[in-house]
Design a binder for this molecule. Structure first.
Ligand SMILES: Nc1ncnc2c1ncn2[C@@H]1O[C@H](COP(=O)(O)OP(=O)(O)O)[C@@H](O)[C@H]1O
Ligand SMILES: Cc1ncc(COP(=O)(O)O)c(N)n1
Length: 273
């Protein structure tokens, strides 16, 4: 039997098991790739918010990168919470030349800020030019480009402008539910450095169990690229995978806040091993 592709997650932990490394590794397993992980930060986190963040010392991040990249045949890398400008630059140096999916984690679903101004500047200057694709939501794209006050109508322009910094940009369109409002579909916008823009529409899932959605999407994208899919196919399939997982977890009642997206659909909610 042939070996699976290896995908490396460089991310922070979420003690509540919804986002970060937990989402990445379970998504990798669901999509048939072997997941390796470099931990950049440990968060004390649950469905209501982030209580504490401990940054892993830069030397320990470097040792983890060396351990993985020096031994395993990494086919793709996915970055999540990097936490400091120093780590952003280190990842850019170590991962240049490997297919690289950058999810610029700046704000958690709960609203907690996970990356400040220096981190945003390092993304633009150092990591985006080394990346294959960056996957911000509209708020993260606006924060990276310093465009306060823009909304989802500007998503294609934000994607185009980010792509001007040297990698493809996939601006995701998770719905912003307002009471009483009906949202039928979500749209993700993919812009490539050659100026082409494509949009991907899919049905919106009405759920408050969406903590970890962005991590799941970008991890799926990296896994699909590692399997050899084109960026366009991977973008479409990653959205389909994410929607399926949102549906699978939509009836769960876990925690008092934004519950986790389901990471695998191998067993139904009512089946037991
Ligand atoms: N409620 C939803 N229903 C269907 N798709 C969703 C929903 N929320 C997010 N998505 C999709 O999940 C992917 C991740 O997007 P998004 O939620 O914008 O990321 P983030 O968690 O970083 O805000 C995108 O493909 C987006 O369209
Ligand atoms: C460690 C870590 N990484 C990423 C996220 C973002 O995930 P989400 O946007 O779903 O809150 C998070 N909350 N925590």
């Amino acid at each position: 039997m042939s070996s699976p592709p290896v995908v490396l997650s460089i991310a922070g932990t979420d003690s509540g098991g919804a986002a970060g490394t937990a989402a990445d590794l379970t998504t990798f397993a669901a999509l048939g790739v072997h997941g390796a992980c470099v931990i950049t930060a440990v968060t004390a986190q649950h469905t209501l918010g982030v209580d504490a963040v401990h940054a892993v010392p830069i030397g320990v991040v470097e040792a983890q990168l060396e351990a993985v990249l020096g031994d395993l045949p990494v086919a793709a890398v996915k970055t999540g919470m990097l936490g400091s400008a120093e780590v952003v630059r280190q990842v850019a140096r170590r991962c240049a030349g490997i297919p690289l999916v950058v999810d610029p984690v700046l704000v958690a679903t709960s609203g907690a800020v996970l990356g400040g101004r220096e981190v945003r500047e390092a993304y633009l200057r150092d990591l985006i030019p080394a990346a294959t694709v960056i996957t911000p939501n509209v708020d993260e794209a606006a924060a990276l480009l310093d465009r306060p006050g823009v909304d989802s109508r500007q998503a294609p322009d934000l994607a185009k402008e980010l792509a001007g910094h040297g990698c493809a940009a996939l601006v995701t369109g998770g719905p912003q539910w307002r009471p009483g409002e009906v949202i039928e579909s979500c749209t993700d916008w993919l812009a490539t450095p050659d100026g082409e823009v494509q949009c991907f529409d899919h049905p919106a899932v009405r759920t408050s169990n969406d903590h970890g959605t962005g991590c799941t999407f970008s991890a799926a994208l990296a896994a699909l690229l590692a399997h050899g899919h084109s960026l366009t196919d991977a973008a479409e399939s990653a959205a389909h995978h994410t929607t399926t997982q949102l549906i699978a977890g939509s009836a769960w009642r876990l925690g008092r806040g934004r519950g986790p997206i389901a990471h695998t659909t191998n067993r139904g909610n009512d089946e037991r091993p």
